[in-house]
Design a protein around this ligand. Structure first.
Ligand SMILES: [Zn+2]
Length: 249
């Protein structure tokens, strides 16, 4: 599989980094994983969005899903593509997207998108890639996703805090793409729905990941400090998910 970082900014896009979004490609299969603000244009600069096999949205926060409406416009009112495209979303997300689009009944929104609501333990096959979902602790329902193809494994955390599931999720991952919004030791005041870079490192070590890629690093955090903190806990390679960077898994 090839992972391309379309954007990795936490919360808000910046001039040089869209919010969270990734392109995953393997053979003839391509997938857009999180549709953060600004990532549709980065996606369209690399592939024809009408040829995507699936979209995966970890959770319904704007920095992970707002550009789904860019794809909607592209497919419904711009250049066409192969529709409907499967869109894997957390439970309850379909109605929220449809509400925003004003979509009911036979609306074109449901002609271009085939929403599939997934939850903890669900598995799906998209082309040559198998997807396995794990529900993780966040302010809204968040699914981490494990992608398996040809004996290789890519795991993406979405946004999450410490809790059930996260410690096992990197198990056997060749590449663990993990949120690391913060740095420093966790205290009673630390925000409970995000991870520190040190925690990302600890999870990668626990699961025996091949490499760790830190993403969703806050603009308040120095990236080099985040890498250093994660490297104290994880002996394998640690990289920042810089926009435009590519990883072969
Ligand atoms: Zn986020």
């Amino acid at each position: 599989m090839r992972l391309t970082v379309l954007g990795s900014a936490a919360g808000a896009p910046t001039r040089t980094n869209p919010a969270s979004g990734y392109l995953v490609e393997h053979g003839e299969t391509s997938m857009w994983m999180d549709c953060g603000t600004g990532t549709f244009m980065e996606l369209a600069a690399r592939v024809d969005p009408g040829t995507l096999d699936a979209v995966v949205i970890s959770h319904v926060h704007v920095d992970h899903c707002s550009d789904l409406f860019g794809l909607f416009g592209y497919l419904a009112y711009g250049r066409s593509g192969t529709v409907p495209i499967k869109v894997f979303v957390p439970t309850g997300a379909t109605d929220r997207f449809a509400d925003f689009a004003g979509a009911t009944g036979e609306h074109v929104f449901f002609h271009v998108f085939d929403f599939i609501e997934v939850d903890d333990g669900d598995v799906a096959q998209v082309g040559e890639i198998q997807l396995s979902f794990t529900g993780l602790k966040h302010a809204v329902p968040n699914n981490a996703v494990r992608l398996d193809a040809d004996g290789r494994t890519l795991v993406y955390s979405g946004d999450c805090g410490l809790g059930r599931g996260i410690m096992e999720i990197a198990d056997g991952a060749d590449l663990f793409l993990c949120e690391a919004t913060m740095i420093g030791e966790r205290t009673a005041q630390t925000y409970e729905f995000h991870l520190t870079a040190g925690e990302a490192g600890r999870i990668a070590a626990w699961g025996g990941a091949g490499r760790l890629v830190l993403t969703h690093v806050s603009h308040l955090v120095d990236v080099d400090e985040a890498i250093a903190e994660a490297s104290e806990r994880f002996e394998g390679p640690v990289t920042y998910a810089a926009p435009g960077s590519e990883f072969d898994v």
